[in-house]
Design a protein around this ligand. Sequence first.
Ligand SMILES: O=C(CO)[C@H](O)[C@H](O)COP(=O)(O)O
Length: 150
Amino acid sequence: MHIAIAADHNGFALKSRLIGWLSEHGHTVDDRGSHTEEIIDYPPLCADVCRQVAERAVDRGIVLGGSGLGETIACNKMRGIRAGLCHDLWSTEISRGNNDSNVLVLAAKVLAPERAEEIVETWLTTPFKGGVHARRLRQIAELEEKAARM
Ligand SMILES: O=C(CO)[C@H](O)[C@H](O)COP(=O)(O)O
């Protein structure tokens, strides 16, 4: 897959490791920054990755922060984005199987690097189940449309 990835200062080190893992596993990675451990605000990084996903310049996005909570809020403000904050394999499977998440958010201050790799692998290989979940995603998309008109 073609994946855009970004991290703030808290996620920088884990981002570097994951870029290596993704490349070793045959994925094409677009590193959108940050490129240093200097303190940086995460919302513009989230917006950039999500724009790549929404415009289909890439297949999926990955964003890393300390807790990942603010990143998840920011990403889900972007039209067409379904971002999931995943700390374990079960929620990762749900985020793909039920929610068809197109952006994965990871908490660098919570996850061991090995677990982060397992989560990424699960997230990249779990298919969307469709069915009743497709109906619910349509309902979420309708909420997004209504909110845009408010
Ligand atoms: O995870 C995050 C947001 O959800 C950020 O990494 C975190 O909020 C940055 O905070 P600080 O500047 O205090 O390191």
